[in-house]
Design a protein around this ligand. Structure first.
Ligand code: BEZ
Ligand code: FE
Length: 275
């Protein structure tokens, strides 16, 4: 132990102890995590009582996480880490920007025909048409799949609301021969992320609100291409500048245009990268 820099010496010792990890990537990630965690504790002079409070908080986050409720992902989302990881994974190019998946995706949504509505039971919803193309580098992609989901106009997803039938506000659509898609839904609304757990406590302690800007989720996929997990945001929504999970990308904010029949229309082309 070096008496002139005991904290730095301790960090070195932990890093050395990991040096023998057989998996080089695991070694890199673990050593960086140790460096940053030790640096964080040093920067704020973390007290034992504060570290214990942190451990109690992380324990509560873990205890609240199960198949139905993933409080750990919510923590990552609200700290901007999920969004940062998406940004690191995807280069900035002509392809559609990716954003967070969120906890309410359910694989296996009902297949629906072009023009069908995903709003099977949303009496309070304001009708909305979503249409556009799915394109690759060399043009429109026939047979691409859009897997779309959103909350109902009460701000709840079907999986949160026993009043909605399973599969409500969800649907899978295939593009036609010209790469086009069209489906109907309700105009999305802003809604609060679940804030009745430790992440809600943290949000309030940080002086933050739990609201997400109004959005439709979509995963777009096509043979030979990288799938993209993304959103369409309503340009008229509140919270575009303070989305609780840092999911907003300027390229995904769209005008929902008023139509003569009282509905709204949003048009967007999704662009996929070759795999
Ligand atoms: C969502 O948009 O469904 C969502 C994303 C992150 C956290 C909570 C909800
Ligand atoms: Fe959502």
């Amino acid at each position: 132990m070096n008496q002139t820099d005991p904290a730095g010496e301790l960090t070195r010792e932990v890093l050395d102890r990991i040096e023998g990890a057989p998996d080089a990537r695991l070694r890199e990630v673990l050593q960086a995590a140790v460096r940053h965690l030790h640096g964080f504790a040093r920067e704020v002079s973390l007290s034992p009582a504060e570290w214990l409070a942190g451990i109690r908080f992380l324990t509560a986050v873990g205890r609240m996480s199960d198949d139905q409720r993933q409080e750990l992902i919510l923590l990552s989302d609200t700290l901007g880490l999920s969004s940062l990881v998406e940004t690191i994974a995807h280069p900035v190019d002509a392809a559609t920007d990716a954003t967070v998946l969120g906890p309410f995706y359910v694989p296996g949504a009902p297949w629906r025909a072009a023009g069908d509505s995903i709003a099977v039971a949303d009496p309070g919803g304001s009708p909305c048409v979503v249409r556009g193309l799915v394109r690759g580098a060399s043009g429109p992609l026939a047979g691409a799949v859009l897997d779309a989901w959103q909350c109902a106009s009460n701000g709840l997803y079907d999986v949160q609301d026993p009043g909605q039938p399973p599969g409500n506000m969800r649907g899978r659509f295939r593009t036609g021969d010209d790469g086009s898609f069209v489906f109907r839904t309700s105009r999305p609304v802003s809604y609060p992320i679940p804030d009745d757990g430790p992440v809600g406590v943290l949000l309030r302690a940080s002086g933050r609100h739990p609201w997400r800007a109004a959005h439709i989720h979509v995963i777009v996929s096509a043979d030979g291409h990288e799938p993209v997990t993304t959103h369409l945001f309503d340009a008229a929504s509140s919270y575009l500048d303070s989305d609780a999970v840092f999911g907003v990308r300027a390229s995904l904010v769209k005008e929902f245009l008023a139509q003569p029949d009282g509905s709204t229309l949003v048009e967007h082309d999704f662009v996929l990268r070759a795999a």
